[in-house]
Design a protein around this ligand. Structure first.
Ligand SMILES: Cc1cc2nc3c(=O)[nH]c(=O)nc-3n(C[C@H](O)[C@H](O)[C@H](O)COP(=O)(O)OP(=O)(O)OC[C@H]3O[C@@H](n4cnc5c(N)ncnc54)[C@H](O)[C@@H]3O)c2cc1C
Length: 248
């Protein structure tokens, strides 16, 4: 919203609302606290209007719609906020997903509809006929055995590896994936004992970062930097950690 990506907010929000309806046990509202501070990039009126539009575009459920809070109310729910520069804030809903479980539920549903899910199978070559993808040659990562699968449609859903699969059949030019590294750091909860997830401005930057309490730890994240290293060996640098601590 802050970057005026209305269509993106709408698309992601509506997708999220569908998942919330289909799997309410796996996609649960997570109240986020958004403090407004003196000298920050967010003003009261703009935040109120922005979150109102966010709720509308993202199809947020009635009880989860945003609430604007006064300074005292903010300090009552989140006493660690810096009272001297706090102007007030808001509380609004993002949704937390158990992504591993959701993936398994999608696989199970696919199976019930006739799909044949196979794990640990690596695509090593796309099979083609006159320039059309007609299947894939795959290698079982446990037995090392190879097999060919033919298909009417081949979908490349390899996430950050998507261009590696594309490179099997085409020269990568023009549009390509822009990989970024998003580092989260995790501290014991007693170091940052928050009651809610807090989403805040990064000083002198258009970005925002969050701190999310979960069980006995608090997550702080994220960085968002261009990455072109080894995708299997992504490392957290001292610079990443210092950035997050400095923002907080
Ligand atoms: C630490 C972290 C935190 C994140 N937090 C959030 C968040 O809070 N909210 C949010 O919306 N997003 C978050 N993301 C981003 C989100 O996880 C990704 O956008 C999402 O997982 C992408 O899904 P995908 O299915 O496109 O790709 P992936 O989940 O990356 O799946 C790609 C799959 O392709 C497989 N693959 C690769 N090559 C081959 C091959 N040759 N043959 C067969 N299979 C292959 C891989 O093993 C992998 O399983 C986070 C990401 C990270 C790393």
């Amino acid at each position: 919203m802050k970057q005026f990506e209305f269509n993106l907010v709408k698309e992601v929000g509506r997708e999220r609302a569908v998942l919330h309806r289909l799997a309410p046990h796996l996609v649960v509202p997570e109240k986020m606290v958004l403090p407004l501070i003196k000298g920050g990039s967010l003003g009261k009126t703009m935040t109120s209007i922005g979150l109102y539009i966010y709720d509308f575009l993202a199809d947020v459920d009635g009880a989860d719609k945003r609430l604007m809070l006064e300074k005292d109310e903010m300090l009552a729910i989140e006493p660690l906020l810096p009272g001297e520069k706090l102007l007030g804030g808001s509380i609004y809903a993002e949704y937390r997903t158990d992504d591993a479980r959701l993936t398994i539920e999608v696989i199970k549903t696919g199976y019930r509809h006739g799909a044949l899910p196979i794990n640990y199978l690596k695509c090593i070559r796309i099979l083609e006929d006159e320039g059309q993808a007609i299947g894939a040659e795959c290698e079982d990562q446990i037995s090392g055995k190879r097999l060919s699968i033919s298909a009417k449609h081949v979908i490349n859903a390899a996430g950050p590896w998507v261009d590696q699969i594309r490179a099997m059949v085409e020269t990568i030019s023009g549009k390509r994936l822009y990989l970024t590294k998003g580092v989260h750091i995790v501290v014991p909860k007693e170091k940052l004992p928050l009651n809610h997830a807090v989403y805040f401005d990064v000083p002198n930057d258009s970005r925002m970062i969050f701190a999310i309490p979960r069980l006995d730890v608090t997550y702080i994240g994220t960085t968002d930097t261009y990455y072109e290293g080894d995708k299997e060996q992504v490392k957290v640098s001292r610079q990443d950690v210092e950035y997050l601590f400095k923002c907080g």
